[in-house]
Design a protein around this ligand. Sequence first.
Ligand SMILES: [Fe+2]
Length: 518
Amino acid sequence: MHAKYYSLFLLVILASPLCFAFTPSTGIPMPIQHSSAAIADTTSFVRGPTVNLVTNESALIFWRTEGVTNATVWYGLNTSVIESVVNTTLDTDHRIQLTGLEIDSKYFYKVSSNNTESALYHFRTAPPDGEEFKMIVIGDNRPASISYIQPDEFKQLAQMIIDEAPHIVIMSGDYVLDVSADDSYNLAGWAAFTNISDSIGHYAPIYGALGNHDTGAKTGTLRLQYYFDAFEHYNEPSTYFSFDYAGTHFAIIDTEIQHYEGRITGDQYTWLVNDLESSDCSIKYVVGHRPMYPLSHIGDSIDSNPTERARLQQLFEDQNVTAYICGHDHLFDRLTVNGLVHLISGGGGAPPYDTFWGDAYYHYMRINSSYSHVNMSTIKLNGEIGYNYQLPYLGPLEIAIRVLGNGSTAQTGTLPEIYFSEEPSQIYYSWDLGVNQTELTGLPNINGQHSLDVYALDSDDVWTHERFVLTTVGATPTTTAPPPLVLDPLLIGGIAVAGIVVVVVVIVFRRRQVPLSG
Ligand SMILES: [Fe+2]
């Protein structure tokens, strides 16, 4: 399979005056004029080397050469890398498994094909189950317009990630602009991506969910070979899979199954239920591309089928999933629903979304995860921390709102979705400081700003209050008929009494005017 792509890739390179190559010091691709001498070098590295599928005692080293070569990995606990594994079978794609590694240790490695050596790289084996490891999450790095030019922001973030020396890297999808019916176009786009992702992959294993931009769904054929080629994953060619790392469970799910986009259903849902139920890890992460509670792609995400979303939310709650990690919205957001943390991290390079909610800035997430705590931060392009959140969460119950169009404006009658970080024992809602109601009603049928006060009682008997200001548009003017004439009983009584008094007065007056007869 890989040899086929390789041949197509060569055609692209030969046909184009502009291509990319690694700079050994940073791994970040630099555009170069391709010389015929470089093409003639049959042992130059087309991909990698990258370290993949790392456990606490093993790792898979992958690289690709332009021509068929033998393959050797040199590795060790110091830079002298005296141990080696040799594969004498000639090939272009090289996968060598390292086993018997020491737990939680920094290993150095380099590869050689025929007599050409790579630079020296390093990675860490996993720590003991439950102990802290550093995970980087990055999503939506894709180009905005030209397929083979990855955003500068992604290149900068990639170098920052390398400097972080993470144990593992998670990518939440949308790596390329699109996948067309033109293989040369696709190869150029994916090569631009893997040139950068491999620069990270020199130092840490990468696991990537499939994004909507990464398939050829619009062409009628998914063309998943490029996605499979970009990553070394467990259980390929499945687009959903799981693995354990340091006693933590990861389930990577596919929100892009053809004709079921944005849905987790059918065989995949059955697999996910079994997968989560059979895991006894106390920390579980599920990673997919589309959010369950989007801020921008509303109706274009897992929210598009509310019943299935509720089923998924319930599954994750029942199976003690720690967080659902996704992208698709080019921003950052953290929402906790009944103890399940939802992280949208789509700031990897595609243009950030301008949104009323959520923080739209280029970033990646640094998550330090162990059985005792999870510390999650967003890291901006300038290195500053944009957001920080920790588990276990010890603060008050949180109340959040979702669903309204751009975040503040909605059609009259729209029922906002209110979410609580834990199940409240009592809830009250009040529109425009009116009467407290136990049932939430839709936006008032009057255009303009409205306030919605929400009060919730948590398990510690502490009330939390949140006020949301929303703007109603599209209110229908009420054409009211004249009110029916309704007479007030008091008025009727008063009129009757007054009438009687008048009659009595008239009679008395007239009697006084009549002369007495004899
Ligand atoms: Fe997307």
